[in-house]
Design a binder for this molecule. Structure first.
Ligand SMILES: Cc1cc2nc3c(=O)[nH]c(=O)nc-3n(C[C@H](O)[C@H](O)[C@H](O)COP(=O)(O)O)c2cc1C
Length: 229
């Protein structure tokens, strides 16, 4: 944990962002272990603690990248999605938010709309974990439903905030679920497990343009309905 005063929860919330360029500095597994131990305090309905994670580095991480790389080379035939990442026929206001973050990302990188190859190349960086030395794959039993998936999200955010407190950075990556079967096979996970997301973990490359922009959020008037105040 950091030598300086730890960040407040509010500071950590503001400091966290999805980092898409990492240095190759290795991550101390003891530090990760402390973070996972603290994240165990995340709440879950009925205290089920449905989250399960497989954390890889080195050869094991390279094996996942190689296996998924072979599927990517197959084009659309290589897809084996675990679930629909977005609802089919996404409507407003959600579609505008999804479109907006993509445009802002490519804008930060100076990749114009008509540079399809450039955009695909940036998307494929996902499957290198943006250079992160550690990848965490978050999965759970297939018997779990929406309430338990929300529990996984609470655990994930807990881990991400603790990483920030420790001076580390991360990027959640549900894109790995597009190749769920291959990821599960490379990790040795049984069929009864479903892959929710990856989480790239490492030290942020602070000079990278892709890390120097902040994604806006909707105003409170769009999300909070105050009643009886
Ligand atoms: C579960 C989950 C999965 C995500 N998957 C991806 C992904 O596959 N690739 C990516 O670049 N960003 C991914 N993101 C990052 C979102 O785009 C990002 O959280 C959102 O735009 C807000 O930006 P911020 O995290 O920097 O605040 C994911 C985020 C979450 C919570």
């Amino acid at each position: 944990m950091p030598a300086t005063d730890p960040l407040s929860v509010t500071e950590a919330l503001h400091a966290r962002r999805s980092v898409r360029a990492f240095t190759d500095t290795p991550v101390d597994p003891a530090l990760l272990s402390d973070i996972f131990a603290a994240a165990q305090r995340a709440p879950s309905g009925g205290n089920l603690q449905p989250w399960q994670a497989t954390v890889v580095t080195g050869d094991r991480w390279a094996a996942v990248k190689d296996a998924v790389g072979a599927r990517i080379a197959m084009g659309r035939d290589g897809y084996e999605p675990e679930y629909d990442i977005y609802p089919k026929g996404l409507t407003e206001p959600w579609e505008a938010r999804r479109f907006g973050v993509g445009e802002a990302l490519y804008g930060a990188l100076g990749i114009p709309r008509d540079d399809k190859a450039g955009r695909i190349a940036q998307f494929v960086e996902n499957y290198r974990g943006f250079g992160a030395p550690v990848m965490l794959f978050l999965h759970c039993s297939r018997i779990m439903g929406p309430p338990q998936w929300s529990d996984m999200g609470m655990w994930l955010q807990s881990v991400m905030l603790l990483l920030v407190e420790a001076g580390l950075a991360s990027c959640p990556q549900e894109c790995w679920a597009m190749y769920g079967k291959t990821v599960r096979a490379a990790l040795g996970l049984e069929e009864g497990q479903i892959l929710f997301t990856g989480l790239a973990i490492g030290y942020a490359d602070k000079d990278a343009a892709v890390n120097r922009w902040q994604v806006p959020r909707a105003g409170l008037e769009e999300v909070i309905d105050w009643q009886g105040f």
